[in-house]
Structures are given as structure tokens and as C-alpha cells.
Design a binder for this molecule. Structure first.
Ligand code: SME
Length: 158
């Protein structure tokens, strides 16, 4: 992993140490990613709230849409497939949900609990085409896994 992303991951561990509740954990991680990556215009989380439904969670950036169904847009596709979605050009992704017309590229990483249920997704947007390469995907998947493993999802009532 690139050194700057190794540092981000170490900072992430330190920032959530001693607190397993979802809201403060995801809040600090969205702020950390926002500060650690350049040319980003949105960084945050949607959390699973009910069967097949994502709800806006902690984030940095412009206001965003509140609800996304599994299967809809990039976030919903990541949640439905349990696969990271890397979108080099959002204009070429059918059904992309445009929260900010500035966004050109996007990556969404699904977060699974210990039983394999999707509990949240990590969503990153950039005004730059093809902003998210293998280095970014590796780093963001590591942060998403850290958060998924760290939080007490059973007690979480979104
Ligand atoms: N573009 C996303 C919607 C969320 S915003 O980017 C914050 C999507 O298509 O899932």
C-alpha cells in the first residue's frame, strides 16, 4: 500500500480506538478520508436501514440524497452485488444518482458484518475522471473493512 495510505489507515485505527458505536466511528473516518485524499468532492457512508435500503450516514461534502435502494445507482449496485464499484466516468454508468453535477468519477466499497450482511457502503466522489485507481481502491477497501470489523452493528439502530 502507498505510504500515504498506510499512514491514513494507521490514523484511522487511532481515531476509532475505544469506541465501537457506528456514528462516531463513521464520522471520524469520513473526516479522515476527506483530509487524506486530494481532488475529492464527497466522502462518506450510507448505512443499511431496513431490507434493501440505504440511508445517508456520516459524510463530508455537499448535501446528498437521503435514500438509495439496493440495486440503484453506484451505491445500490455495490450493496446489491457486495462488490466494490469503480466508476471512471459517472456519465457512462447507467442509473448513476447525481448528487453533485461536479462529480466525474466514483468508487463505492460495500461493508459486510461477520455474517456477510451489507451493513453500509463507503462512497467517494471526485470531480476528476478516473480518480480512483488500484492504490485508492486498496486503501479504501482497507478502511471500509476496518470500520465493518470494528463497529457493533447489532446494537445499531439507524
Ligand atoms: N452517486 C451515488 C449517489 C450518492 S452521492 O454520490 C453522494 C450513486 O449513484 O450511488
Amino acid at each position: 500500500m502507498l505510504l500515504r495510505y498506510q499512514i491514513m489507515l494507521e490514523q484511522a485505527k487511532a481515531l476509532i480506538d475505544g469506541e465501537r458505536r457506528v456514528m462516531p466511528t463513521l464520522s471520524n473516518l469520513s473526516a479522515l478520508i476527506w483530509e487524506s485524499m486530494d481532488t475529492i468532492n464527497w466522502a462518506g457512508f450510507y448505512v443499511t436501514a431496513g431490507e434493501g435500503k440505504l440511508l445517508l450516514g456520516p459524510f463530508q461534502g455537499k448535501p446528498a440524497c437521503l435514500h438509495i435502494d439496493f440495486g440503484k445507482g453506484v451505491c445500490g449496485t455495490a450493496a446489491a452485488t457486495k462488490q466494490t464499484q469503480v466508476v471512471p466516468d459517472v456519465h457512462r454508468f447507467p442509473g448513476h444518482i447525481a448528487c453533485d453535477s461536479e462529480s466525474r468519477s466514483e468508487v463505492v466499497v460495500p461493508m459486510l458484518d461477520s455474517e456477510g450482511n451489507v451493513v453500509a457502503v463507503l462512497d467517494m466522489d471526485s470531480p476528476v475522471e478516473s480518480r480512483f485507481g488500484p492504490d485508492e481502491v486498496e486503501a479504501l477497501e482497507a478502511v471500509a473493512r476496518l470500520a465493518a470489523d470494528h463497529c457493533g452493528w447489532k446494537d445499531f439502530r439507524p
